[in-house]
Design a binder for this molecule. Structure first.
Ligand code: URA
Length: 440
């Protein structure tokens, strides 16, 4: 059977066998299938979908295209977390030290930001000296020291996904639940964890704009996780406005420090602690506590100095520069422009993807992979959805690195774009719960 027959089979809406998917992924990995044929099959999958078995087979074959991490050096059940991306998402730097206070080990392999969502690796790289390329032979030592490793994904982790993702990016085939689910899960399967919590973001700042799509993706990933023998829970979280009070690399790490010293934003605390509860249960480290007790304990440890102590130890273990006051940043933010409410009222909506794009234009992210980042750039939010404001109150500010200058003209253009992101109402606005649904 030639590869054209596989394309035709999917074009006519038929399910592909394990062997056909295996041949496809091997051909993607060794370069023997040309890009135009790969792209044709990707488009047929976008249009005709995949059933559960096909999605799982695709994830398993992609995981098998590279090496598997061996996490047997972890104490107990090694856990992992994945977010489908968002704006102002500083959950990972808070979740890892919180889990470590419960003796839950995590090896987190993360990516860089591209487009309007920020990347965890970029956030940590805003700290001077912090090493995000940890050799795998150092993982056991770091886990013994702190219970945490955070490193950039290596090229041998599901390499087929890298080829497919690059092609999807330029062929209009990113937005497909079977392709997203198998792409994410292939890396999680290869990453070696035995328990996984998926933060499936939903709303204007997420890939999944509606609750139905978010649920569909969450269910697909949970099914793949179970068939791959990984205990998987998905938490659907609200990303219809930026999470917390900042977006941008140094700004978000500063907000992490504020959260760990008891000054966290309620939405951030709720998301972090909800994910932590699920992972601690999956790791079987909470036998004696009810879910409510465990949640309250997470909230306490996040702010009473215990998670902070772990966080500082973890930064030091990966060579992050520290003073008595916390991390030393590569670039400090300078508040270049404060933006005021144009009217009295309640904030009704903040268009998160556009906010992410404005943050990228300030220098906080990349449009193409080779762009350099201004770690000090980003946006601070002084008022969020539901807040009552008076005309002239500062609602947010635009920042860039202290060493950098931004054209006034660009700043004024960005201010106009910010106004387009905000909607106001003269009636009180109901604030959505950041946790939409938990699926096991
Ligand atoms: N993140 C991934 O890793 N893969 C996708 O397809 C989408 C988001």
């Amino acid at each position: 059977m030639s590869f054209v027959d596989t394309i035709l089979k999917k074009r006519y809406g038929k399910a592909l066998s394990f062997e056909e998917i295996d041949v496809f992924v091997k051909g993607v990995t060794d370069g023997s299938i040309p890009d135009y044929q790969i792209s044709a099959l990707l488009m047929a999958i976008v249009l005709n979908g995949m059933n559960r078995q096909e999605m799982t087979n695709l994830a398993l074959c992609m995981a098998d295209s590279g090496t598997y991490a061996d996490l047997s050096f972890c104490h107990g059940i090694p856990v992992d977390k994945h977010s489908t991306g968002g704006v102002g998402d500083k959950v990972t730097p808070l979740l890892l030290p919180l889990l470590a206070t419960f003796g839950v080990d995590s090896v987190k392999l993360s990516g860089r930001g591209l487009g309007f969502t920020g990347g965890t690796i970029d956030k940590f790289e805003s700290i001077k000296g912090f090493n995000t390329s940890v050799p795998t032979e150092d993982f056991p030592r770091l886990i013994n020291e702190t219970g945490i490793v955070l490193s950039a994904q290596t090229p041998d982790l599901a390499p087929a996904d890298k080829v497919l993702y690059a092609l999807r990016d330029v062929t209009g085939t990113v937005d497909s639940i079977p392709l997203i689910a198998s792409s994410i899960m292939s890396k999680k399967i290869a990453g070696g964890a035995k328990a996984l919590v998926l933060d499936v973001t939903c709303g204007s700042g997420a890939f999944m704009k509606t609750r139905d799509r978010a649920e569909e993706l969450a269910e697909a990933m949970c099914r793949i996780g179970k068939l791959a023998k990984i205990k998987t829970v998905a938490v659907i979280t609200d990303m219809d406005q930026p999470l917390g009070r900042t977006c941008g690399n140094t700004l978000e790490m500063q907000e992490v420090m504020e959260t760990l010293t008891g000054k966290g934003s309620p939405d951030v605390i709720k998301v972090v602690c909800t994910l932590a509860v699920q992972l601690i249960k999956l790791a079987k480290k909470s036998e004696k506590m009810s879910e409510k007790e465990l949640y309250d304990e997470c909230v306490l440890r996040l702010s009473d100095g215990r998670a902070l102590k772990k966080f500082i130890e973890f930064l030091a273990s990966q060579d992050g520069e520290l003073t008595m006051n916390g991390p030393v940043y590569r670039e400090l933010p300078h508040e270049a422009m404060r933006i005021s409410a144009p009217c009295d009222g309640y904030i009704k909506h903040i268009q998160a993807d556009e906010i992410g794009n404005i943050s990228v234009k300030l220098g906080a992210g990349r449009v193409v992979k080779t762009d350099t980042i201004d770690y000090g750039a980003g946006i601070c939010f002084y008022a969020k959805v539901g807040d009552k404001v008076k005309r002239g109150d500062v609602i947010c500010s635009l920042c860039h690195g202290i060493e950098r200058r931004i054209d006034d003209e660009l700043l004024f253009d960005l201010m106009e774009e910010i106004y387009d992101c905000y909607e106001f109402s003269d009636k009180p606005v109901r604030v959505k719960d950041p946790i939409i649904k938990i699926l096991a």
